[in-house]
Write a protein that binds this ligand. Structure first.
Ligand code: SF4
Ligand code: SF4
Ligand code: SF4
Length: 190
């Protein structure tokens, strides 16, 4: 493989606006309840009385995530028909719709819950907007982010540029080696 592509999310910039999620849904014509990119909120802290006033340390941060186009994709290994496959040239994990029977084994074996039933007998998930990147453009979700908090590109370049740790309260690295770099919000650091 020449270069593994992936994503970077800078949690400290993300405002949870979900423009990325909506852009993906729009581009892929997804039905109600289907999301190939999900923005999840984490929140915490509380208010305490201090004299006559209140002191607070409440916080919220967001994680925007799609399929992570893993280096060792457990979905590919588990797929009984060979529909799920990893592209040699850039590591993008795709679903051959001709071969997919919608059994959901890929979903059961994905640690990030990425594959979804899109219609009877067919699974779907992030395809890294291969039509756009072939034209030298950014994936739709990345282009839509008004805060420029979401990035795409060769994963080694993203790691070097953004120095993410991936050690966050809400994310677990697994043996699938997800191609994502997370720059944690200060309250997400573990
Ligand atoms: S995130 Fe899930 S669906 Fe995507 S490549 Fe990894 S194991 Fe497969
Ligand atoms: S790369 Fe394309 S398919 Fe994947 S999450 Fe972004 S918009 Fe959706
Ligand atoms: S569009 Fe950007 S700022 Fe908005 S939720 Fe997505 S990553 Fe966060």
């Amino acid at each position: 493989m020449s270069e593994q592509l992936g994503f970077c999310i800078e949690q400290h910039l993300c405002t949870g606006c979900k423009a990325c999620q909506v852009a993906c849904k729009d581009k892929n014509n997804l039905e109600l309840g289907q999301l190939w990119r999900k923005v999840t909120e984490s929140e915490g802290g509380n208010y305490t009385r201090e004299g006559n006033g209140l002191k607070q340390n409440v916080y919220a941060y967001w994680t925007s995530m799609s399929c992570n186009h893993c280096v060792n994709p457990s979905c590919v290994e588990a797929c009984p028909t060979g529909a799920m496959y990893k592209r040699e040239q850039d590591g993008i994990v795709l679903i051959d719709q001709e071969k997919c029977i919608g059994c959901g084994v890929c979903k059961q074996n994905c640690p990030y819950d990425a594959p979804q039933l899109i219609e009877e007998g067919k699974m779907g998930k992030c395809n890294y907007c291969i039509d756009l990147i072939q034209q030298g453009k950014e994936p739709q979700c990345v282009a839509a982010c008004p805060l420029r908090a979401l990035h795409s590109g060769p994963i080694e370049e993203l790691k070097n540029k953004y120095k993410g740790t991936n050690k966050t309260q809400d994310f677990a690295e697994t043996s699938t080696e997800p191609s994502i770099v997370i720059v944690p919000h200060k309250n997400a650091v573990r």
